[in-house]
Write a protein that binds this ligand. Sequence first.
Ligand SMILES: Cc1cc2nc3c(=O)[nH]c(=O)nc-3n(C[C@H](O)[C@H](O)[C@H](O)COP(=O)(O)O)c2cc1C
Length: 304
Amino acid sequence: MDLKTKIGGVIFKNPIWTASGTFGTGEEFRDFLNLDEIGAIVTKTVTLKAREGNAPPRIVETASGLLNSIGLENKGIGAFKKEDYSCLKKLQTKVIISIAGETKEEFEKCAALVADKNFPHAIELNLSCPNVIHPEAKHSLIAQDASLTEEMVKIVKKSAKCPVIAKLAPNVTDIAEIARGAENGGADAVSLVNTYMGLAVDVQSMKPVLGNRVGGLSGPAIKPLALKAVWDVYGKVKIPIIGIGGIMTGLDAVEFMLAGASAVEIGTANFTDPVIYKTILKEFKEYLKRKNIKSAKELVGKLR
Ligand SMILES: Cc1cc2nc3c(=O)[nH]c(=O)nc-3n(C[C@H](O)[C@H](O)[C@H](O)COP(=O)(O)O)c2cc1C
């Protein structure tokens, strides 16, 4: 059975990856999983300077989902390289570093600093964090504006020495238009989606539950919406799509690939069970076997 998928010229051993912000650098899962089996690890978004993140509480469980307003807490690219690069480089799988910034200059500098010799294997540009304000964006998110998305990708492509994946926001009128912006900027792939904006209310205090008031919704609650985003973009751009949103089982991953994704990322599911990645990969392989499908690639866009 051939599970390989090629994105931006890089060959990934399988199309099932882990999503940014839900899997750390992978080290947190080492006692539970063989990290080398993972198709790719997308690390927590890192920024040029360290960020403290938003005021607590920052996570609340909702019906079939999770609302978070972490606000990109991270130690900054300098400390991340010093403390985490050596472990990440030893992994026998692909590593995708997720980066973000508040300004074009920050994106540019961060992208230039991320690159080491032959590492990482790709950069995921987080243009869609709902918990961070972007002063240069007309709307609150870069990925809510096709021309700004194009410009950011272009800037990063200039200094990136590896493929660039643009991670898009679902809170838009026409996600295909934004994906085209990313493609025009030179993105090697688009990943969709980041979380959906949401609100949880505490009736006792009559206040929002989250310290940041609003947050991003993830988990099974968003799966049909995320599938629709992939379906809407498939065929509208030539670059591959990476599907994200509420994937809990191997069959969920199959659904995203049928809708047009060349790979998928597992997010919130990692919080429900630390070995869920292994189960999802096993179920995915069992489906291919049952259906006598020789190559995972055959699934992509098969939905009629
Ligand atoms: C607690 C938490 C933190 C997250 N942090 C990031 C992040 O740093 N960068 C990013 O691009 N996405 C981040 N995300 C979004 C996920 O990568 C993913 O796009 C989203 O949760 C939808 O997938 P899921 O339903 O499988 O979780 C975060 C999600 C959660 C739940």
